[in-house]
Ligand binder design. Sequence first.
Ligand SMILES: [Zn+2]
Length: 254
Amino acid sequence: MRPAQASLAVILRSRVYRESDKIVTFLTRDFGKLTGIAKGAKNSRRRFANCLDPFTRVRVYFSSRPAAGLVFMESCDLLGPATAFAEPAKFAYASYLIELVDQLTGEGHAVSEVYDLLAGALSALEHGSATAAFLRAFELHLLQLAGYEPHCETCAGCHRPLADAARVFLDPLQGDFVCDPCRSAERSWLPLEGATIAALGRLKQSALGEAAALRLPAPVAAEAAQVLARLLALHVARPLKSVGLIASLTAPRR
Ligand SMILES: [Zn+2]
């Protein structure tokens, strides 16, 4: 067993294992996504108190054996409690951020920017609300960091800039954006206003904090949400439970 390592981390999910242990998946800043076992976590008030629920921000101490799947979690320091996301809307959106990161990252690939994006987004959500611009910017940045950068600046066919196009089309199977002349007849393209593509380009270039302050006109926000849902669907293996939670927030009450 190697000596303990430490890293900032966000807890993504955890479940009880055997009588009193927990199996925990967490995103670290320095070692990527890891899954570990926290022995006696159910009863330990000292080593893991309030530290292993999803959304919790911690400093985790763990040791690992070469070639072993699970790391051994020794203890955690609590940095940001999960109770910050107890309110239903915050819970639903925090769940969404975490589920997306979980699905778009593999274990053990350290990309500190993904940790920074998630920790920054949770912190912003803790103190503010999830605007359309905030959510779309988060999705765009995450896709980019995961290696699936959406190229919304130029046409995938003729490579001309899309910024001035009145209408742009998304190929939902490939995730490509094209101009009108480059669209082929045999595919079911998703038509988009030029303003939506321009907004996506701006959000992609903006830091999350800046993006959160932008206000998207309602039709642009609706189209942008559709585009990102299509792009994410290409890379998400399982349906996200939080999407239903978010839908229930805005569903009309009977
Ligand atoms: Zn073109």
